[in-house]
Design a protein around this ligand. Structure first.
Ligand SMILES: *[C@@H]1O[C@H](CO)[C@@H](O)[C@H](O)[C@H]1NC(C)=O
Ligand SMILES: *[C@@H]1O[C@H](CO)[C@@H](O)[C@H](O)[C@H]1NC(C)=O
Ligand SMILES: *[C@@H]1O[C@H](CO)[C@@H](O)[C@H](O)[C@H]1NC(C)=O
Ligand SMILES: *[C@@H]1O[C@H](CO)[C@@H](O)[C@H](O)[C@H]1NC(C)=O
Length: 345
């Protein structure tokens, strides 16, 4: 039997221990937890520190017993996040990450011309594994392009089966009598579709009109279409103002409507003039007159300075203005010097 005094005494000791030497709430350790967690512990009570899910410590768990001193021993537990396997390389793409540790997320993207086959992000789980299988970047392809109405493919070289790779091209051509609106070339885009298709439309042109004092030739057909050609000419002494050939354009109009312009009769009988950079005798070079559009330079005298200069004249639809400064000498006035023989000013 225990003497009652001893019981009293030991309950007193116990009281002292409980009242004066309890352990406080244990220190917080990053990413660790304490079981049981309380605000105070009696001497002899045990606590267990362990790492939170997703974190590990090299030494495993730590057990501590509240000592009679009421001071927890120094705790060296270090919980560090689990690290998922290296995932830093995605062929033809990019992995964005800070670290591969729990609970971080990494994200994936592919270079232009490739698409993500799989998830676009993954998280490092508590178990130290990626939440998603790592994706791959697969090359973007376009199915064969649709062929617009009234068109045919003129260039198409699929590279991957029947499909085209990103940036692949196809070129269309319109059927005869049809004009293209839009770009003849389509390109396989990064979205796996083609850039905008062109349109082919039938285009008719009216019969070209005959120029006055001239003629026009064109194909002997019921209807004239896109790219048909008309050729023009003029009766003699008339000159064509415009190109000899016109084409039926994509908007149903002829590329040109040339006309015939009259040639000029020259009132000057004798003179040396400049034509296309050369001195010529007007009476030889232009005995049949000047054609519309032709241009010559006349020589004139500067009496004070006793020198010569030139002035231009052009035949415009039958009319030429002879420069006022030009003086034609009669062939009998042989003692007079022609302006063209005087030194230039
Ligand atoms: C895609 O990746 C492969 C393998 O690394 C490489 O040979 C190829 O050049 C890459 N393609 C592009 C367009 O970057
Ligand atoms: C390509 O297309 C042809 C005709 O449509 C088809 O017979 C062939 O199987 C296709 N080839 C591939 C690799 O898909
Ligand atoms: C047609 O498209 C190609 C590329 O797709 C481009 O290089 C070209 O300049 C375009 N042509 C016209 C006339 O817009
Ligand atoms: C191609 O696809 C993209 C994305 O879906 C879309 O924005 C674009 O308008 C498409 N282009 C054509 C020419 O259809």
């Amino acid at each position: 039997m225990i003497p009652p005094v001893l019981i009293l005494f030991s309950s007193f000791l116990c009281h002292v221990a409980i009242a004066g030497r309890t352990c406080p709430k244990p220190d917080d350790l990053p990413f660790a937890r304490v079981v049981p967690l309380k605000t105070s512990y009696a001497p002899g009570e045990e606590i267990v520190y362990s790492c939170q899910p997703g974190y590990v410590s090299r030494g495993g768990i730590r057990r501590f017993t509240c000592p009679l001193t009421g001071l927890w021993p120094i705790n060296t537990l270090r919980c560090t996040p689990r690290v998922c396997p290296f995932a830093g390389i995605l062929e033809n793409g990019t992995v964005r990450y800070t670290t591969f540790e729990y609970p971080n997320t990494i994200s994936f993207s592919c270079n232009t011309g490739f698409y993500l086959k799989g998830a676009n992000s993954a998280q490092c789980t508590k178990e130290g594994e990626w939440s998603q299988e790592l994706p791959v970047c697969a090359p973007t392809t376009c199915p064969p392009p649709p062929i617009p109405k009234f068109a045919k493919l003129s260039v198409y070289q699929p590279l991957s089966g029947n499909n085209s790779l990103y940036r692949g091209k196809a070129v269309f051509e319109c059927l005869p009598q049809h004009a293209m609106f839009g770009n003849d070339t389509v390109t396989c885009t990064e979205h796996g579709n083609w850039t905008e298709l062109p349109e082919c439309k039938e285009v008719k042109c009216p019969f070209p009109s005959r120029p006055d004092n001239g003629f026009v030739n064109y194909p002997a057909k019921q209807v004239l279409y896109y790219k048909d050609k008309a050729t023009y000419g003029c009766h003699d002494t008339y000159a064509l103002d415009g190109p000899e050939e016109a084409e039926c354009g994509k908007f149903g109009k002829w590329s040109a409507q040339p006309s015939c312009k009259a040639s000029c009769k020259l009132s000057v009988k004798r003179a040396t003039v400049i034509y296309e950079g050369e001195r010529v005798n007007i009476q030889d070079k232009f005995k049949n007159g000047m054609l519309h559009g032709q241009k010559i330079s006349f020589f004139c005298k500067n009496k004070e300075k006793k020198c010569s200069y030139t002035e231009d004249a052009q035949c415009v639809d039958g009319i030429i203005q002879i420069p006022k400064c030009f003086k034609e000498h009669s062939s009998f006035a042989f003692w007079k010097t022609e302006a063209s023989d005087v030194k230039p000013c």
